[in-house]
Ligand binder design. Structure first.
Ligand code: ARG
Length: 579
């Protein structure tokens, strides 16, 4: 059920009847104020311009043509030609009745499933996952969950950074550790940050170590067995660290989704040769460069995109071109979606331009780089540890659970120790995720423990608590599984809630289109708030409530609980029965 789409189609049919083209923009929006009804059709103004007639007159003709009998209770013209639509309560009840019996909660069937490649998380394996990878991981995961629920074929690609020049230094250092008989997992690589720092110090200070490191990169990349073996040991440990974080974060990335930079190694020479042959790449001071006039600066200097370094080394950029070829041609992607921080925006513009020119991206493949802003500390500077170091994700998540436990313990009166631990885990992890997901993706945001763990406002604890409240009402009602009753929408708060419940599909469509889970966060927050208002105004289990009314309100409650659970699940956030 997508009311917005239904009204759009009805309006377009009316436009055609009035002699306008079928694709005239109906401009249907959700009304901003109750006195404007539930939806507004705003397309009459632009259409009147097109027809050179009076917009109000056209709006009147449009209303005559709109076949909304039985759907709208009232259709009013306001201002220069806005059409305010107030939906019919019986129609809403009938729609909701259907949605309530449906396992997709009224979300219609996807009749044109797409193959979408989603590139997210993608940590660099030289170091441990830090907060910089949090956003990519959880925003990406919410988007893939939503696409899968809608019915698209999603191919996750974890483009891990395992192939840069740092690996020479890391494996040279590892070689010495192993030679000294140091245990790999519990000592040498127990802390990748420490390990990296030690290796870097030797690289900077120790005679001969830097040369050896450089030598090892070349050997590694040309397939030397000894270097490959050391590298694999390092990578395996680092991947394991990341997977522990995924597990804690309740993220759906699996081992099979890892397609790291090194996986493209064998394609890179071919890509570079091809770019040369097409005369897209030219030699410039020993390097191979594609000059992009499309991205020229103010002085008209083209933007340089280096695909091979002086000395023959390949780069991050070369790998991304190979990834385009693989995803568009081999995986047959209709759409490629990539989540990284905003500083990589130019890189991905360059990749797309070059890949299109060279045919690595088919015309039928859309390429969406989805940038996000930086996570800031409460001091307004990029989020760091107290001593100014990078915050390890694993430690941040542990702290979240500890802090959530303190909050939960305050509230929970009759939960066992084990239950409290479980609730604290769900609340702590949920809070970190919701705080991030609910912000506009492209802006920087301030990481605040107090704000995210609050039971007021748009937070995970608020929504999880709302869910437990609905569930407790349903428990008290002692209704059987599969309970069903006739829905009647009479009171204003029932209607507001009903309209919201029928907007789930609109919310998830927006999330997929713009890769912005914050729209679903808003939706769920508004839904929970409307339920609270409904519960205040419309008694359910009180004495004197008619059985039919009670049952209808229980139906609304059941549907709300299912929707909250499903919606939070799309965000990767767990719910609980009590807290
Ligand atoms: N490893 C990169 C980073 O940490 C992100 C990779 C994103 N994906 C890609 N195809 N380049 O910034």
């Amino acid at each position: 059920m997508n009311i917005k789409q239904l009204l759009t189609e009805k309006t377009q049919t009316a436009f055609v009847a009035l002699g306008l083209p079928a694709d005239t923009n109906a401009a249907v929006t959700v009304s901003t104020r109750p006195e404007f009804g539930d939806y507004q059709i705003n397309g009459a103004m632009a259409a009147a311009k097109l027809m050179k007639t009076n917009p109000r007159q056209l709006a009147e003709q449009l209303v005559q043509q709109l076949a909304l009998e039985g759907i709208a209770e009232k259709t009013e013209i306001a201002g220069p030609g806005f059409i305010n639509v107030t939906l019919d309560k019986a129609w809403l009840a009938a729609q909701l009745q259907q949605a309530a019996a449906d396992s997709r909660l009224g979300v219609s069937t996807n009749t044109a499933p797409q193959t979408v490649v989603v590139d997210y998380s993608a940590p660099n394996l030289a170091k441990e996952m830090h907060v910089g990878h949090l956003r990519s991981t959880i925003i990406g995961d919410a988007v893939v969950r939503t696409m899968e629920f809608w019915g698209d074929k999603v191919i996750r690609q974890n483009h891990m950074g395992d192939w840069g020049t740092q690996f020479g230094m890391l494996i040279a250092h590892l070689e010495d550790k192993l030679a000294a008989g140091i245990d790999l997992e519990s000592v040498a690589l127990a802390d990748l940050e420490d390990f990296y720092r030690e290796a870097k110090k030797r690289f900077d200070d120790e005679a001969g170590f830097a040369d050896k490191s450089r030598d090892y990169v070349v050997k590694l990349q040309s397939g030397d067995a000894h270097c490959q073996k050391l590298w694999q040991l390092f990578i395996d440990t680092s991947v394991k660290h990341s997977e522990e974080v995924y597990e804690k974060l309740n993220v759906t990335l699996s081992h099979a989704d890892i397609k790291p930079e090194s996986a493209y190694n064998s394609m890179l020479q071919g890509i570079v040769d091809d770019l040369k042959q097409r005369q897209l790449a030219v030699e410039d001071q020993g390097a191979l460069v594609v000059f992009l006039q499309e991205l020229a600066d103010k002085e008209g200097n083209p933007s340089p995109f280096i695909v091979q370094k002086t000395g023959g080394g390949f780069l991050y950029s070369t790998t991304d071109l190979a990834a385009c070829q693989y995803r568009s041609h081999d995986l047959n992607a209709d759409r490629i979606v990539i989540f990284t921080d905003a500083r990589q925006a130019l890189h991905f513009k360059q990749v797309e331009l070059v890949a299109r020119k060279a045919g690595y991206l088919r015309d039928a493949t859309t390429y969406d780089h989805c940038p996000f802003g930086t996570m800031m500390g409460e001091d307004g500077k990029p989020f760091k540890t107290r001593t100014g170091g990078t915050v390890k994700l694993a430690e941040l998540l542990e702290e979240a659970v500890v802090r959530a436990k303190a909050v939960v313990q305050d509230k929970a009166s009759d939960l066992s120790e084990d239950e409290i631990a479980e609730v604290a885990r769900k609340v702590g992890i949920g809070a970190v995720k919701f705080a991030d997901l609910s912000k506009n993706r492209t802006s920087d945001y301030i990481f605040s423990w107090d704000a995210m763990l609050s039971f007021e406002g748009a937070t995970a604890p608020y929504l999880q608590y709302a869910y437990t409240r609905v569930r407790s009402i349903l428990r008290r009602a002692e209704i059987a599984d599969g309970f069903s009753a006739e829905l009647v929408i009479a009171q204003e708060q029932e209607k507001q809630l009903a309209v919201k419940l029928l907007r789930f599909e609109e919310a998830i469509q927006q999330v997929m289109k713009d890769a912005q889970p914050n729209l679903l966060c808003n939706y769920l927050y508004e839904l929970a708030s409307l339920y609270m208002a409904f519960y205040e105004a419309c008694p359910i289990l009180k004495d004197g409530v008619e059985p039919a009314q009670r049952d209808s309100r229980l139906m609304l409650s059941i549907f709300t609980s299912k929707l909250l659970k499903q919606g939070l699940d799309l965000l990767g956030i767990e719910v609980m029965e009590r807290m």
